[in-house]
Structures are given as C-alpha cells and as structure tokens.
Write a protein that binds this ligand. Sequence first.
Ligand SMILES: [Zn+2]
Ligand SMILES: [Zn+2]
Length: 353
Amino acid sequence: MKAAVLYGDYDLRYEEFPEPEIQPGCVKIQVKACGICGSDIPRITAGGAHYYPIVLGHEFSGIITETASDVHRLSVGDHVAAVPLIPCMKCRDCEQGHYSQCKHYTFIGSRIQGGFGEYVVLPERNAVRIDPDIPFEQGALFEPSTVALHGLRLTGFQGGKAVAILGGGTIGLFALQWARILGAGKIVVFGRDKKHLSVAKRLGADEVISTLDDGYLDQALAMTDNIGYDYVFEAAGAAATIQLSFDLVCNHGSVCMIGTPTKSIEFTRRQWELLNRKEFHLTGSWMSGSAPFPGDEWALTAQCFADGRLKYDPEIFYRQIPIQNTMEIVEALRERSRIKGRILLLHENASVR
Ligand SMILES: [Zn+2]
Ligand SMILES: [Zn+2]
C-alpha cells in the first residue's frame, strides 16, 4: 500500500509501505480522509514521534474492506470512523471505564501505524459506523467531536446556563455545538482568528469576542451582567486563555481544561486566588471515551452527524491536501505557526465512495 511516512522533522515521504494484515477480532479500513491533529504537529516538526519511520494519523474515516471471521457487528462496505485509543481493558482504570487513564494502552497513529497509510487494521470495537451520506471529510472530524463532548460531560453539563468557549479551533467549535445541542443558555466563543470566529457565529455562537480587542474582558463579563460564566471550556491550550478562564468563570461555576498547554504557565497570586475566592470547580479532560467502550461520546456523535444536529463547515479546515503532495503538507505545517486551522489529508481514493 501507499503511505505518507515520517522519517524525521519535516521529512515526510509518500512511498510503498507494508499493508497491515487482518487479525482476529479486527476489521481492515481503507482510509479516505485523515486530519492532522494539534498533537501531531510536534510529532512532525519537533522530534515528538515515538520512533521513526512512522505512519501517523488518528483522526480518520474510511470504508471497511475486510473483516475477520469472528467480526459480526460490522461488514465490508460500512463507512466508519476510527477510535484511536486501544485500552488494555484489564487495569483498574479500564474496569472503571476511565479508558483515557489506562497506562497499558496503545494508540493508532502514534504507537502503531495510523491513517496516513492507505489501510489500517483495528479491533472491531475501535471502528464506529457512520451514516454513508456523511462526507469522509466530516468523518475525519469524528474524534475531535468526541474530545469536545467528553469535556462537557466531565463538568456534569446542564442546559440553560452561560457558556464561554476559549479557542475557535476544531475542539472549540465542537464544544460550542455540543453546548448548543445540550441546551446551553448564552454561548460566547473567544478567539483571535477572524475566520474562526465567523465560523463560530455560523455554528450557533450567540456572541464572539476577539481576544485581540482592548477591553474584551469587561465586554465579556458585561454579557453575563457581570456574574460570569457557569461553564468555561478552555480549548486553546495557551497560557493567556488558561488564565482568562479563571477570570470568566462565575462563583461556584465550572472550568474544564481541554486544550493541552505547550509551554509552562505562570499564575499571579491574585489570579490563583480566584480559585479560592470563587470556589469554582476545575477539571481537566483527556481524550474521549466512556463505558461501555467507546462510549456515549461516540454514539452521540454518530447520531448527531446523521441527523444534522452537528453541523459540518468545510471552513473548519484551513487546507485539504492530497496525501501524495508531501511537499505541500510540509509547507502548510511551516505556515501553520502563522495561520491556524486544521489540515486534512485526502487519500488518492477519497472521492470513490
Ligand atoms: Zn487528536
Ligand atoms: Zn487499562
């Protein structure tokens, strides 16, 4: 098969790669579209991969081309999205349904071969059937949607309340959509990128606030009659937004950190003391999934993609690039320090449904 193989920083080559063989309990997926996640960027640009050469990619969709004889739930021809986490299912965390905390897991596209390859073999339970009318491009957004919903669920999200979403990237835009679907009151999305904020508007944000504007904090608090936000979801992983979440949350509200910081963060004493004074709830969120595996995050995404409640806006992607154009992919990643947005890779057969 063909695959975009990473040999080192910015060294991506489209070449022949051994096709994975079907295993008991597994399905073989012909990958159609695969997103480049924020977590893949350091793997491609900053020595962050577990080994080389490696075939990355954990956000992908495709068609099942082969099933093991003991597979009964899925069939050849099914359109599916991949669940990249393969937990051990035996440890204490797995027994409690906390799959993200499993220490004996493996992960597609970082520890084992992923969706930058034309074919991937996965355990049956790691493939979620998607409606065949859903474009594969949208199917590649399945995993980011589950990550956002996982964060909302960890706060015990209730409708009718004011919600702040910090960051207008893919996760932020899905957190916004889930907040809307789950009955949020006012939703305000904070970001720096004009295009992201206009997509957020289209996807149902009541207000958008540019954090580049002077006085945006006062403006944001005024939108809640200076009470603050019942829920704050941090989906940028930047120091400024992580600190901002402490300012925005209301007394006894909830802050959930979904974004992963890339640098150290310093809090002033006054900033940290907000946690004491407001007595707000602070939680982190890691990946997605719940019991029974892979969990409601996946089931609800499949349902809301199919019935149209989760909307697909092609502008979520900053670029869609044929996977064989490795030079173009590498260029886009270099650019990415200036231009934010998700890059989607399309396999050569992506248009064949
Ligand atoms: Zn990801
Ligand atoms: Zn485990």
